[in-house]
Design a protein around this ligand. Structure first.
Ligand code: CIR
Length: 365
């Protein structure tokens, strides 16, 4: 509902959480911010509380905020701007630029190590469509309508594929067994209600309505519908040329744009995403690599994560952000930067970081 929010109570909750961990949402909730937010309408004050809900409900939050509408980034800029600048380490004025001119035959993994002949390479971009609420604020009806709008686009956009819906009663609905199989193959996302950040912020609300995945006939291109962002546009290619996966992703992205969708874009932050950590390009590009030496047979994940971080890379387990590595030290390696870099720079950073990482892996053997 609307009406004024008790920000004294909110401050008390942040103070309590600070004893465990100070999220960015907590750090930037200052008395000056409270003064600013009190000038807004009752409805906007309520929305401001919604933005912070993930952080207020979880003592392990590192960021703790999610946007509920694209315009939140402007309406609450007195709070979100310093937070975004801190997270993305922005100094001075930055305007996000896009550049998809990514060469093929240049970022070739076999040049790093001849054994990297057939590697699982993945790239994705997060997108939200102009004119719709972001997932934390979408109603059940809006989620269903959005999914149906996407199904229409998938039927017309020229790349052969199939949409698999999790929505009960949907004409494209799949069974639980089929969904589990797609999760096992790392195509489909996990049940969102198992993630406390996604439930408390409203991102996972009305699960599984309006959720699903489109998969191309050759299984190299996919689009998630209704996860943390309305759309996650993904390409997975087995091979050794990082440029090839970009080419595939760009073909999918432009295909979906040509179907008439207009993505939410901010004049300075670039692509509008639900989580401020993905603003900018919204692009994440990775490979699945084996690092048995650095990780000592998968037993020391932290060592790989620490070394990767030195080169601007993030190392994750195979099953997503908080998953474990196997006994071969199989890790998903991606550049951390999303903002202030172009799509092409993300690919170059991955390649250059991998050169260093494999050098250390070879020395550790
Ligand atoms: C947190 O604040 O720790 C969580 N809301 C997750 C932040 C990482 N970003 C993300 O999952 N997109």
């Amino acid at each position: 509902g609307d009406g004024n929010v008790d920000f004294g109570k909110v401050q008390a909750r942040w103070n309590e959480l600070a004893k465990v961990k100070v999220s960015l949402g907590n750090k930037y909730f200052t008395p000056e911010v409270v003064e600013q937010v009190k000038k807004l309408s009752g409805a906007d004050q309520q929305r401001f509380l919604d933005v912070m809900m993930g952080g207020l409900a979880n003592d392990d939050s590192s960021v703790g905020v999610y946007a509920t509408r694209p315009e939140d980034y402007d309406v609450f800029s007195f709070y979100l701007q310093p937070l975004i600048r801190d997270y993305h380490k922005i100094e001075g004025e930055t305007k996000q630029e896009h550049d998809w001119n990514i060469p093929v035959d240049e970022y070739v993994l076999t040049k790093i190590d001849p054994k990297l002949e057939k590697v699982s390479m993945r790239a994705r971009v997060a997108r939200n469509v102009k004119g719709w609420n972001l997932p934390p604020l979408m109603s059940k009806e809006e989620r269903i309508n959005f999914e149906n709008k996407m199904v229409e686009a998938f039927e017309n956009f020229g790349i052969k594929g199939k949409y698999h819906s999790l929505t009960p009663g949907h004409k494209n609905q799949i069974t639980q067994e089929q969904a589990d199989e797609l999760i096992k193959r790392h195509f489909l996302f996990n049940d969102m209600t198992t993630d406390n950040h996604l439930t408390s912020s409203g991102v996972a609300s009305d699960w599984p309505f309006g959720r699903g995945i489109w998969i191309s006939e050759d299984e190299t291109k996919m689009i998630w519908v209704g996860e943390e962002d309305q759309l996650r546009i993904i390409s997975i290619v087995q091979g050794n040329d990082l440029g090839k996966v970009d080419q595939s992703l760009y073909q999918l992205l432009t295909g979906i744009e040509k179907s008439g969708l207009e993505f939410a874009e901010h004049p300075t932050y670039g692509v509008v995403t639900t989580c401020p950590t993905n603003m900018g390009t919204g692009k994440r590009q990775s490979i699945l690599g084996k690092f048995p030496n650095i990780t000592n047979g998968g037993k020391d994940e932290k060592k790989l994560k620490d070394i990767a971080r030195q080169f601007g890379l993030q190392a994750r387990g195979m099953g997503g952000e908080h998953s474990a590595m196997d006994h071969e030290g199989t890790a998903d390696i991606s550049p951390s930067a999303r903002f202030g870099v172009t799509e092409a720079v993300v690919t170059r950073r991955l390649y250059e970081g991998l050169i260093k990482l494999y050098e250390i892996e070879a020395q550790a053997g």
